[in-house]
Design a protein around this ligand. Sequence first.
Ligand SMILES: Cc1cc2nc3c(=O)[nH]c(=O)nc-3n(C[C@H](O)[C@H](O)[C@H](O)COP(=O)(O)OP(=O)(O)OC[C@H]3O[C@@H](n4cnc5c(N)ncnc54)[C@H](O)[C@@H]3O)c2cc1C
Length: 287
Amino acid sequence: MPYQGEGTPGATDVVTYLDAYERRYQLDVRRPVRVTSVTERDRRLEIHTDKSDWSASAVVSATGTWSNPYIAAYPGSAEFRGVQVHSALYDGPTAFVGQKVLVVGGGNSGAQIYAELSSVAKAQWVTQQEPTFLPDEVDGRVLFERATERLRAQQEGRPVEMSGGLGDIVMVPPVKDARERGVLHTVRPFAHMTETCVVWPNGVEEQIDAVVWCTGFRPALDHLTSLGVVRTDGRVAVDGTRSLSQPRLWCVGYGEWTGSASATLIGVMRSARSTALEIDAALTTDS
Ligand SMILES: Cc1cc2nc3c(=O)[nH]c(=O)nc-3n(C[C@H](O)[C@H](O)[C@H](O)COP(=O)(O)OP(=O)(O)OC[C@H]3O[C@@H](n4cnc5c(N)ncnc54)[C@H](O)[C@@H]3O)c2cc1C
């Protein structure tokens, strides 16, 4: 990605790049179109949308995960009358000033949202285990380097020697600030929720105003349920990226199960390329 500025490219630089990419390769993008379902008919796939229907010899599903926030299931969470918001819809700390807030989730979203809330609210950070914090001197790029190294090792048949996890916490300024204020602590999960409280494993009830769920995302695959390919774990059985039960369907970019590091802009390149080659071969055989 060519970048002319200084420092790290921001969101706008990424959007500008993708926009230029679409124009440069004259990609035929139809928008806005929402695919509602996909069905099989006469050895082709029918794509049903909110605009019109298409018939295709091959379909690549690349709907990502960001539109499907996942909230962890805790007993009683449906009865809780306080605020519950997923990190995807978190809009900054203002709404939580002075409140008792739990931030649930041990990844970077949890760390950063907790760090921010801890200076304005009575916040606690709930994680399944103690998070691993990266050294101050490295930034998030190290996580991409680890993912790349893991892929290379797999490709070369070497044992994967990981020096850390892919979701370790990056010490961005707000997280460092929370550490300096002495509040960068976690607690293990509560056992259940009531209308107004959480109940900790030792039986102690604690009144809570709000819970911010930083519990991640799941593949957005509702449009494929009509094909009968989505398993109970929310994934599609694949060989590489090709569906095992529906050979005209490829799933790209959903995470490790569709290719190592494939849920990143950098990592998806390898599985996207092999998918294109496979489709080309399949269509040639078909014709
Ligand atoms: C804060 C943050 C920082 C990141 N930093 C990096 C980074 O530095 N480097 C990096 O490589 N990656 C980074 N990523 C990851 C990167 O954003 C993702 O890899 C990328 O967005 C995934 O692209 P995608 O096309 O697979 O999915 P998405 O970007 O989620 O695109 C999926 C598209 O499908 C559409 N869609 C969903 N369902 C339907 C439907 N039924 N019908 C029609 N359309 C549908 C969605 O509206 C969306 O437009 C970052 C992500 C976040 C959140």
